[in-house]
Write a protein of this length. Structure first.
Length: 99
């Protein structure tokens, strides 16, 4: 696997997860005053630090031919088809014809 040597960081955004959410929902449904729930996180600082060390900003060749990765495509009445995405190479300007 290409992830064989990838680092693993154990973390939890909310300790208790679904159980904490279910208790809060029960308190709302019964209209009784809920006990304050402390939403602690575990390992998120370690995860952020690992991502900062490992992430890289890719270099993009602005002089090369235009290459665009499409994320979404949708029609707009009276305007035509609109696409959103990321320019991976090259550049374009307003009113450029793109194939």
């Amino acid at each position: 696997s290409k992830f064989r040597d990838a680092p693993v960081v154990a973390c939890a955004a909310c300790v208790g997860g679904e159980k904490v959410a279910a208790v809060s929902a029960e308190d709302k449904a019964s209209k009784r005053r809920a006990e304050p729930v402390v939403n602690q996180s575990l390992g998120l600082d370690d995860l952020v630090e690992m991502l900062r060390r490992r992430a890289r900003v890719p270099e993009r060749d602005e002089a090369g031919p235009f290459f665009f990765a499409i994320d979404h495509c949708f029609p707009i009445r009276g305007q035509g088809t609109v696409v959103t995405g990321t320019a991976l190479r090259g550049a374009c300007r307003a009113n450029d014809v793109v194939e």
